[in-house]
Design a binder for this molecule. Sequence first.
Ligand code: CMP
Length: 230
Amino acid sequence: MSTGEDTSDLLANIEPFSGLEPRELEQVAQVAVPRSFDRGEVIFREGDAGDSCYVVRTGSVSLRREHIDGRTLALSELRPGSMFGELTIFGCQTRSATAEALEATSLVAILSADFQRVIRSSPDIALKMLEALANRVRRANERLLQQSFQTVAGRVASTLLTQVIARQAEGAPATQVLVRATQAEIAQLAGTSRESASRFLATLAREGVVELGRGKVTVHEPERLRGFIQ
Ligand code: CMP
């Protein structure tokens, strides 16, 4: 991407910039820097100082926290249009989680000072960010509830269903939905051990709800997952 115009075109298609006027897009494009990461590459680590936030353009990013005993909790998986890294630039603290590319991923990075300037002149961006933050707090509460009260089976089934819904939002079919994730990744998102998640995934496979492959799960009939969510 060589010119501000190319960057404007790109930004026009990603939240939270999609509703901006061409003039406003151009302002953001002037300060947005394209960055690319390979699968498995760390974008930043929990505890790092940070002065940029990012928007996912293509690919996907996992956000995770690591416990002192080595266990990992996946906080979220971000797909195109999602912003991350804003807590550090507004909260003036260090990165609250580690961000890693789950596949070949391209991002746009915006420096804190530039971003704050853009927000002052285009407050619609701030409104969209608040909406995204509000949704994130709701999801975090939902997760807290699940982890407190649901069985492991319920959490793994919910996690799979969430993945299916995200794929369908990107055009996947109603049935036979391919979820590219390892069993360890599913376990981290469900907040359980890999062994427990694998045991329940094997049960789902025996019952014909899913088919397990290397680094992937095909969900034959997503609606049947609801029967396991208690
Ligand atoms: P920051 O702390 O700069 O770096 C890690 C980022 O992960 C953080 O900003 C947020 O953008 C994002 N983040 C933190 N917690 C969550 C969560 N529970 N769900 C989604 N994103 C999160």
